[in-house]
Every structure is written in C-alpha cells, then in structure tokens.
Design a protein. Structure first.
Length: 511
C-alpha cells in the first residue's frame, strides 16, 4: 500500500461514522488504508498523551481486531504509527471490542488506551477503528479532536521507535465472564451450567471461544455453529438484526432442541438470542427481556432506549414499575444519556439500542454483547432450575400487528436543512389536527401516535434524520391490520410537496 506523499490531503473526517472510524479496506477503492490506520495510530498517541498529561514515550496503546481479512494489516499499520510517534504498542490479536476496553481496567494489563479494528456487522471488505480511553469509547467531540490531530501528522518515513509486542488478552476476558457465571449461580459448583443446552452462533467473527467457555462450565453446546474465525463471513452476515442470520440460529436451536441460542456480531459488542421454540428475541423483545430482569432487581429504575422502540415496550416497562426513557439513535447517544441521568441521581442501570447495543451500569456502561448474553444465560439457568423458561419473562409484551421502516433519501448538499423543514412541516400539521398526537416523551425527530379504529394510541410513526446518511428513516407501527397503510397515506399527504425529499418509497408501499 502506497504511503502518503508530502502535501497529499487526507480528509479523515470523511471516515467518521458516529463515534467510530469506518471505510472500505480492501481493493483499489479502499478509503481505510494502511497509511490511514498508521496516521490514526500516531494521532491517538498524541491524543492520549495530552489527555493523560504524559510524554509520548510514556503512552501505552493496546490493539485488537476481529476476524476480517484486512484486520491484521490494519492493526500492524496502526501499531507502526504508535511506535513511530514514540509510544508503546501491544498486539492483543483476535479479540472482541468489549475486551479491548476491559483490558484498560484489568490488573496486569491496563494500557492508557486501546484501538479495536472492526466494522461490526458490515460486509467483509469494510473495516473500521474504535478508540477507547480510561473513560470508555471516544465521544463525538473527542473523535473530532483525534481526526483534527491526524490532519497534522507528517508523512510516515518508516522510522520506528520500537517493536510491537504480542500480548494475548482474550483468555483473560474469558476468565472474567466465566467467573461471573460461577459467582452468580453457585460458587461451590464447578459446572454451574450443567443441564443447560445452548447453541452459540459466532457468525465466523471473534466470538467462537464463547461456546468452549460455556462447555467448560457444564453447558451442552451441540448445534453451535460458525465458531471458526473467517473474515469473509461465508455463512451469513454476523448481525443480530439480520433475518437470515436469526433464521439460521432459530433452525439450529429447533434442530437440536436446545434451551436457548445466542448470536453475536463480528466484534461481539452486540448480541441477540432465540428461545427454545426458535422465537427470535432481539430488538424490542431483547430490551423487554433484560429490562424485566433489571427491574426485578432495581424496581422503579429508568431504562434508556433509542427512539424507534415500540409503544408496547413502553407499556411493558411501565407495568413492571420502570420508566421508559426514549432518546436519540446511536449507541453512544443512549450511553451518554444514561450516564448523565445517573449523574443527576436518577437510577438508570441500562442503556440499550434496538440494534442490540446494550450497556449496563454494572459493566461500566460498556456496550458488551457477551456481558448481556451472560446475564441472560445466568437467568435462564436459574429459571430452568425452577421449572421455568427464560421466555416466560416476556409475558404481557404487546407487539405490533404491522411494522415497517422506510428510508427517504434527501437531495442536495444542504440535506440536513431539508430534513429540518420536513420535521417542522409535520409538527405544524400535527399541532392543528386533533387526531395527530405528538409524543410528549420523544427526543428525536417527530413521533406521532394515532387512535386507529376507535382504539387508543394503537398506531404511531417516527420520522427523523439519519445519524450518518442523507436520508430520513420513517418507522411506522400499528396494532390493527391496515393501520400502517392508513398512517402512510396521511404522512404522504403532509410531506409530498416538500422539495428535496424523495418519497417514492412511500408511494411504492401504498401501491
């Protein structure tokens, strides 16, 4: 890969994706090249040195990767950038994103910062970089500061200040999860999961070790699949929201008649499960399940979710004595809001997105799919010992009869302004219509509920600006048949005259 030449402009901000870096990492069209990774490694040393008040030579950065084909070369390049800047670099090898943060807190390791090379669930040719400090993942403003630093880094000359050390860490993280299970179920029993049948689907990502760990604790793991690391992801997309992936796990669970199935994305910061019948427990169901467990332990607490959660989930949380707090999409957004609420003495043990990003206060508000799944397996084992099933906790969760997500592209350079005009037009219309109920607890875009077929609040839509892209996602749900079409027709009538928004997908849905 060609190094950056003197004077060549590198627009690092174009790689920004929320609070992470992401881009194509394979082929001639690659944007996340080894040179870019090398420069970002150098910039991160400077960022940490400034934050910690240290000399560059005192900064120690750990690096890990998921199974992607470009992972090893990007990790090596980032490490070269770290040592070229005068810092110390350690290669943790194949790892999970949560483990790369936990290393900062683990005695005997404790780097000043860490970098995870991953693009989560995205296709194999993509890759990315996630950055951690002692305070957790970089926030949006911190990432901007890092990218600004990257623009000032001189071209790499090949001069290296030291070697990159090889330091395995994943086994230490595995011991942490293993001890958590032992302590929670019975510290005096060497195999506390004996009798529980779990199917693990790692999607050929970094989480294959989880099956072996469960087996060492007595669990039966027959039917587990795609445990081998393969960066081409040949079997299915490693994504707990993907229909094909969830169907594959459901089929495996039913085939071997397991108690539960678990699935991770490539870097294991997201997860979902299926129950003994193969029923998917992700998105709203997953939020409801972990909320039920936490509200039993901390009655009256607040659960922070993203904005697209269902009305049925809000009722479910409220009926169990909790407070449902909808916030903006983006896992960093919900985490930061949960942290803020706790700082205001509001009891908030969980921040969770419908995508499967779940961050618990007891786990440093780190979005850790394996930590979440481990809590669920502990509960599943405890309930099985009582003759109950984990899915029983979802009793009473009302789910929509119909739901759809439609993406409306925005045109022109000033697409954010167009999106704002659309939202303003919808709000103005809603304020003048008795049948359009503006949600009082919404904190993103515009959420409107409807009373369909003489019911109450049995249909709704949320229209918002995308976190990353020039488009407006439109989520619609209805508790009655035909309700989605009814709501879409009304939305179309309100926004079809706004210039700069493509509503052809609504027209297609109505046809």
């Amino acid at each position: 890969m060609k190094d950056r030449e003197e004077g060549e402009s590198m627009v690092y901000h174009l790689l920004k994706s929320g609070s992470d870096i992401r881009g194509v990492a394979v082929g001639e069209s690659a944007t996340l090249t080894q040179d870019v990774a090398r420069t970002l490694g150098s910039a991160f040393v400077r960022f940490i040195a400034k934050k910690e008040g240290k000399d560059l030579s005192q900064v120690f950065i750990a690096l890990g990767r998921d199974s992607r084909v470009s992972g090893s070369s990007l990790l090596q390049a980032a490490g070269e950038g770290i040592v070229a800047a005068g810092g110390e670099a350690a290669d943790y090898g194949l790892c999970t994103t949560p483990a790369m943060f936990m290393a900062i807190l683990t005695e005997g390791f404790m780097p000043d910062g860490s970098i995870m090379i991953t693009a989560s669930h995205h296709p194999w040719e993509m890759n990315g970089m996630k950055f951690f400090t002692r305070g957790g993942g970089l926030r949006f403003a911190e990432l901007d500061e890092l990218l600004n630093l990257a623009e000032t880094i001189p071209p790499y000359t090949g001069v290296r200040a030291g070697a990159i050390k090889q330091v395995p860490f994943l086994s230490t993280y595995k011991k942490h999860l293993k001890q958590m299970i032992i302590n929670s179920i019975n510290p005096d029993v060497p195999m506390p999961l004996l009798g529980l049948h779990v199917v693990v689907d790692a999607g050929n990502g970094a989480g294959g070790f989880y099956s072996e760990m469960l087996e060492s604790l007595g669990a039966w793991v027959e039917g587990s699949q795609f445990l081998e690391a393969d960066g081409y992801f040949p079997n299915h997309i490693p994504n707990p929201e993907n229909e094909e992936a969830m169907a594959s796990l459901s089929s495996a669970v039913m085939r071997v008649q397991a108690d539960i199935g678990v699935i991770f994305d490539a870097d294991c910061d997201r997860a979902a499960i299926v129950d003994h019948s193969g029923k998917e427990i992700n998105r709203n169901r997953l939020i409801a399940l972990i909320s039920a467990i936490l509200l039993d332990a901390t009655p009256g607490s607040t659960i922070v979710t993203d904005s697209v959660t269902s009305s049925g989930l809000a009722d479910f949380i409220q009926e169990r004595g909790g407070v449902h707090y909808r916030y903006k999409r983006g896992y960093r957004n919900v985490i930061d809001e949960a942290i803020r609420l706790n700082e205001m003495d509001i009891d908030c043990p969980l921040a969770i997105e419908t995508s499967g990003h779940a961050a618990l206060r007891d786990n440093h508000f780190l979005d850790d799919g394996m930590y979440l799944v481990t809590i669920l397996l502990i509960k599943a084992m405890q309930m099985k010992q009582q003759g109950e099933k984990l899915g029983d906790l979802l009793s009473g969760l009302k789910e929509p009869v119909e739901s759809v997500e439609i993406r409306l592209p925005l045109m022109g350079e000033n697409f954010a302004h167009v999106g704002k005009l659309v939202i303003e037009q919808v709000l103005e219309y809603a304020s003048e219509r008795q049948a359009w109920h503006i949600a009082p607890d919404n904190r993103e875009g515009v959420r409107i509920s409807f009373d369909l077929e003489s019911g109450l609040n049995n249909g709704w839509f949320l229209l918002r600006l995308s976190v990353h892209d020039p488009l407006m996602p439109l989520n619609v749900e209805s508790d009655v048949h035909g309700g989605v079409q009814t709501i879409l027709r009304q939305i179309y009538d309100v926004i079809h005259s706004v210039d700069g928004i493509d509503i052809s997908s609504i027209q297609k849905a109505l046809e």
